[in-house]
Design a protein around this ligand. Structure first.
Ligand SMILES: Nc1ncnc2c1ncn2[C@@H]1O[C@H](COP(=O)(O)OP(=O)(O)OP(=O)(O)O)[C@@H](O)[C@H]1O
Ligand SMILES: [Mg+2]
Length: 357
């Protein structure tokens, strides 16, 4: 056993902004908390009154309390203990340090820090890595699917034009629609796997680009009596891949239309300069919004809450924006709507792009 008892005053060192500190002692067979302080307490849905003077079982669900009791016991036996956990939607790292006097543990000081953001980043990085390995393979397969698919589409069209039994027409229509869908998924997937393959940066008028996208999505929005309104007080030219940025806008507008009820709400698109070196495009809707619990999953491949959704739309956007060295940020409130902000730099760091190649 590792008897690293020490008596550091942890209260001086703890990043209270991102965590909390606590202390406990063993009274009989029960660990009783004697102190707790820090901003994270509230965030995890606790307050000092629930904790101080109480055992784990008095404020935690039994399974969690049992798991923690094992760590507490180890720390009481003189070990420095680290463990990760999650509570109230917050992922944390806890460290328990026993304080000894004459070789006997008199109390344990625990420090807990919020590692939610780090965990999200880690997961995203893992996903991207997974996607790039699987993506290489999938892109190859997707490429192979495209050729037979093209001949199937062509022949289905010929059959449709010459078929004499009219009852077969609706089936052929469904076949053609489904083949088109496969085609779209294959194309999207190939792009996600290798977004740099066909990138073409050129001087692009962003105002015109936005107008084109709005015009393109207009008929679909009109079906739900939705108006798409553009607000752009400045003329902005940007060195970007216009087709790719169009794809981003179309995906975002598509999501915004799908999230909005048939009630004549409008979708706002705006373009502004946020600084001398960056511009921001915002798409906001007054649709169903996104609950916080789903936030972490939005950029996962194939994550969709829609019956006919593929779940590649936002990931495609992210890949394109990353390629442009920009950022995409989502703010949403269930029932109130969603705002997506894209910031694009005017000058991309060409050197870092070359390294990324
Ligand atoms: N504006 C929005 N309002 C509400 N939910 C949204 C919005 N945009 C995205 N979402 C949520 O994020 C999920 C993922 O979006 P994404 O565009 O990646 O996939 P999708 O729209 O489901 O499928 P597709 O690949 O056809 O775009 C959606 O299924 C939806 O739950
Ligand atoms: Mg979508």
């Amino acid at each position: 056993m590792n008897h690293q008892c020490n008596a550091i005053d942890y209260e001086q060192f703890i990043p209270r902004e991102t965590g909390f500190i606590f202390k406990f002692e063993k009274v009989g067979n029960t660990f009783i908390h004697t102190f707790i302080e820090g901003k994270l307490i509230e965030k995890v849905g606790l307050c000092p009154e629930y904790v101080v003077g109480k055992s784990l079982f008095e404020f935690l669900p039994p399974d969690q309390a049992q798991r923690k009791e094992i760590f507490y016991e180890k720390a009481w036996n003189g070990e420095n203990v680290n463990y990760e956990g999650s509570f109230g939607g917050v992922q944390y790292l806890a460290i328990l340090n026993p304080v000894c006097h004459n070789g006997v543990t008199i109390e344990v000081i625990g420090t807990t820090i919020d590692i939610t953001k780090e965990k999200i980043r880690e997961k995203q990085a893992q996903q991207m890595e997974k996607l790039s390995v699987v993506g290489e393979l999938a892109a190859g397969i997707a490429h192979e699917i495209r050729n037979p698919l093209t001949s199937m589409k062509g022949f289905a069209k010929i059959v449709k034009e010459s078929v004499s039994d009219q009852k077969l027409i609706p089936y052929l229509d469904i076949m053609m629609d489904e083949m088109e869908r496969i085609n779209q998924i294959v194309n999207e997937f190939m792009f996600i796997a290798k977004p740099k393959e066909n990138v073409r940066f050129q001087n692009t008028n962003v105002n015109k680009l936005l107008r084109d996208c709005i015009q393109f999505m207009g008929p679909q929005a009109n079906l739900k009596s939705i108006n798409i309104e553009l607000e752009a007080k400045v003329q902005i030219n940007l060195n970007c891949d216009g087709n790719q940025i169009k794809q981003v806008l179309i995906n975002l507008l598509q999501n915004a239309i799908e999230a909005t009820e048939n009630n004549g709400h409008f979708i706002g698109v705006s373009l502004e300069e946020v600084s001398a070196d960056a511009v921001m495009i915002t798409v906001s809707d007054k649709g169903c919004g996104i609950p916080e619990s789903r936030f972490n999953r939005l950029f996962e491949p194939f994550y969709s809450t829609k019956e006919k959704g593929t779940g590649l739309g936002l990931l495609t956007c992210k890949r394109i924006i990353d390629l442009h060295q920009g950022s995409i940020d989502i703010e949403s409130e269930p029932g109130a709507g969603t705002t997506i902000r894209i910031v694009l730099p005017r000058n991309r760091n060409v050197e870092s792009m070359l390294i990324a190649e």
